[in-house]
Design a protein around this ligand. Structure first.
Ligand SMILES: *Cc1c(COP(=O)(O)O)cnc(C)c1O
Length: 387
């Protein structure tokens, strides 16, 4: 059994993918070929934004919006501590400081109430109000931006967070690396902030065969800057450079691979929803000790992961492993506990909800091609372990 089964998808799409790759090999425009623009147009349509700017990875898709907004030294960027390192890494790469915030215990997304506390604590420069990072500069940090994460495919609480961003005059940026395909009140993941970032890492809901990502926005001027940043800060003419940028383009071959995958993505999202429903119904019937995912009213998840909570996490994971069933722990600890962030001097118990959840969380095999037998074998193994 696979945790994410890329081979089954390839078997379904093989002809289309191979013919798209052949076309690229024939025309030879490996950098910014026509498939890149075709994919960008279709992705913008899918998300419902004016601009989709493809790029080399989800991490670069997070980095470039911060660069475009001039985030740097002395700036505080608020984000969840319960995420993949890339969410915070890009803040630090620019010399700004991540200010971590604890999560909602049911959705695992950033908790708006605690976000408010963290913003106040930074404005007052007072660690007694909320745990804030150690700052060895003489000047207090300046609140600049919020990066939400649509964890496991579920959009964050954008009613509350957009309100906070407006009230506090902060840029709202969305890490939709896991979120693409998620929906809240008819709006798609990737479109909730000023700019959104998504990833096409192979195991993400929409994955390519290498690294890839995209920045999503309605803002013409910011889109223009991001396009410049991804090609060495280019100006209007070739070899004219107007800002310091990156080499962060998406390969034409990756765009060619993504096109047939995007064509079936809606269908695949339906399969993911169906599989999630099946997991939930089997587990809810059979066990009180396994908590299935909570999807609030009005939301739909892209089901990048199907994650349960259980006090016997390590035992269950071992039992699954013994039966040849893969599972993963996302995430074993909060970002504030990573060694890379030791200089921020956060304490382990600064974020108690993250601590609790990271001890109990377990992600089960999830992909659109998961067979019913495999799903049943997974839930049976989990349930038999409970009695
Ligand atoms: C995967 C991921 C990223 C980074 O994407 P890459 O394409 O691997 O650079 C960023 N944030 C989150 C939440 C992710 O899951």
């Amino acid at each position: 059994m696979h945790f994410v089964d890329l081979q089954s998808q390839f078997k379904e799409l093989e002809q289309d993918i191979r013919s798209r790759i052949d076309t690229v090999l024939a025309h030879g425009k490996f950098i910014m070929g026509p498939e890149v623009y075709e994919f960008e147009e279709q992705l913008a349509d899918f998300v419902g934004v004016k601009h989709a700017i493809s790029c080399s990875s989800g991490t670069d898709a997070l980095l470039m919006p911060l660069m475009a907004l001039g985030i740097g030294q002395g700036d505080a960027v608020f984000t969840t501590t319960f995420s993949f390192i890339a969410t915070a890494e890009v803040i630090s790469l620019l010399g700004a400081t991540p200010v971590f915030v604890d999560i909602d215990p049911k959705t695992f997304n950033i908790d708006p109430k605690q976000l408010n506390l963290a913003i106040n604590a930074i404005r007052e420069n007072s660690p007694s109000l909320y745990p804030i990072p150690h700052n060895n500069k003489t000047k207090p940090l300046k609140p600049k931006a919020i990066i939400t994460v649509d964890l496991f495919g579920l959009p964050a609480d954008y009613d509350s967070i957009s309100h906070i961003a407006n009230k506090e005059n902060l840029y709202l940026l969305e890490d939709a690396a896991q979120g693409l395909g998620g929906v809240y009140k008819g709006k798609n993941s990737g479109s909730f902030g000023l700019m959104g970032a998504t990833s096409f890492f192979p195991a993400k809901p929409l994955g390519c065969y290498g690294d890839g990502g995209a920045v999503l926005t309605d803002e013409d001027e910011l889109a223009h800057i991001v396009k410049s940043l991804r090609t060495h800060g280019k100006g209007s003419e070739k070899y004219e450079n107007v800002r310091i940028g990156l080499n962060a383009r998406m390969d034409t071959l990756q765009a060619a691979i993504l096109l047939p995958k995007l064509a079936v993505f809606r269908q695949e999202l339906q399969s993911r929803q169906h599989i999630a429903d099946e997991y939930t119904s089997l587990l809810d019937q059979a066990s009180e000790n396994i908590h299935t995912p909570f999807i609030p009213e009005g939301y739909s998840s892209a089901w990048a992961q199907y994650s349960i909570l259980t006090y016997q996490r390590d035992k269950l994971q071992q039992r699954l492993k013994d039966s040849g069933i893969p599972s993963m722990v996302y995430y074993k600890k909060g970002l504030h506990q990573q060694k890379a962030y030791a200089d921020l001097q956060y304490k382990k118990d600064d974020f108690p909800i993250t601590q609790q959840i990271s001890d109990k969380i377990l992600s089960l095999p999830m992909h659109p091609y998961l067979q019913k037998d495999d799903l049943k074998r997974t839930t049976d193994t989990l349930v038999s372990c409970q009695v």
